[in-house]
Design a protein around this ligand. Structure first.
Ligand SMILES: Cc1cc2nc3c(=O)[nH]c(=O)nc-3n(C[C@H](O)[C@H](O)[C@H](O)COP(=O)(O)OP(=O)(O)OC[C@H]3O[C@@H](n4cnc5c(N)ncnc54)[C@H](O)[C@@H]3O)c2cc1C
Length: 285
């Protein structure tokens, strides 16, 4: 590693040697295992000028094509088997305890190579996973939630959509209008979310809602894991694209919540629990 930064010094942009070595290891893995996969069976169609059509199931309103999804699953499987996919995760979960600096450098390195099966900024797929849902669960989930969710999130066998963005609030997320209040042993959640990637198949959505404080406050936002089959949960898939003008295909899904969510335990007929205790400490991302 370069020498430590001392007050008065110029900023030291030198990268730690172990990180430089790891970038070379990733390059080698891409050459050996990812590029050949991208080259076979005309998988290049998912990355060249044909990619919009190749990735899109037009008969299902523009949702991701099954072949495209299967290719991503195989990419992830190879990256995980080689020990790269979980770089950012704790060692106890098969990761490398990767640092934020490491993630930033790695992801920039991968992006700089251009579009490919190794990394795609449009849909956040990469040989080095950026699994925000899993990291949130590790930091803020209850022991019960972690036991249930971490294995599924690690293996990619299940997941939850991420519901922070609203029709009227994107970057200004702390101004969200979705709110929740406690009514007896239930939480009542009201609001509307949009751009929730993967909503078309998600069994749960992690819904961020204001539970205290004022619009714009960093504190007072709670994350609720809400089953998408809950009464009052209306999920619709709206695909924003215009084929005639060949705009990029963006997959937009929306959910409207008028839902009652049990506050604790595992009540009959529902697997819903809140994450209030943990998420309210840090929930304003
Ligand atoms: C492919 C895709 C997938 C997505 N998936 C999810 C998801 O799974 N879950 C989810 O919750 N959301 C998701 N989003 C939503 C995404 O997080 C929002 O688009 C993002 O928060 C930006 O909000 P916005 O689009 O409303 O843009 P705006 O907030 O309207 O910003 C528009 C422009 O103004 C700039 N801007 C905004 N505020 C300021 C400011 N104060 N000062 C200077 N410039 C500013 C922004 O940088 C940007 O260039 C997804 C979006 C896309 C495109």
């Amino acid at each position: 590693m370069g020498r430590p930064l001392i007050f008065g010094d110029a900023v030291n942009f030198e990268l730690p040697h172990d990180l430089v070595a790891y970038l070379a290891e990733l390059d080698d893995f891409i050459e050996r295992e990812i590029k050949p996969l991208q080259a076979q069976d005309d998988n290049e169609r998912f990355f060249d000028h044909r990619r919009e059509d190749a990735r899109t199931d037009w008969n299902r309103g523009g949702l991701p094509n099954e072949e495209w999804v299967a290719l991503l699953v195989e990419m992830r499987r190879r990256a995980d088997a080689a020990g790269h996919y979980r770089y950012a995760f704790p060692k106890e979960y098969g990761g490398k305890d990767g640092t934020n600096l490491g993630m930033a450098v790695i992801r920039e390195h991968l992006a700089r190579k251009g579009l490919g099966l190794h990394n795609d900024l449009q849909n956040e797929s990469s040989i080095v996973g950026n699994n925000v849902g899993l990291l949130l669960m590790l930091h803020h989930g209850s022991e019960e939630q972690k036991a249930e969710w971490v294995p599924k999130l690690l293996e990619g066998t299940s997941g939850f959509a991420f519901g922070i963005t609203e029709p009227e609030h994107g970057s200004d997320a702390t101004h969200m209008e979705t709110s929740a209040y406690r009514d007896g042993d239930e939480w009542v959640i009201n609001g509307e979310k949009t751009w929730s990637t993967g909503m078309h198949k998600a069994p749960f959505e992690l819904i961020f809602a204001r539970t205290s404080g004022d619009a714009g406050d960093g504190e007072g936002i709670t994350a609720f894991l809400v089953p998408t089959k809950s009464p009052g949960f209306d999920s619709s898939t709206r695909t924003a694209f215009d084929r005639r003008r060949r705009r990029s295909v963006l997959r937009s899904t929306a959910s409207t919540v008028r839902s009652r969510t049990p506050a604790s335990g595992r009540p009959s007929g529902s697997r819903c629990r809140t994450t209030k205790e943990s998420s309210s400490r840090s929930s304003s991302s």
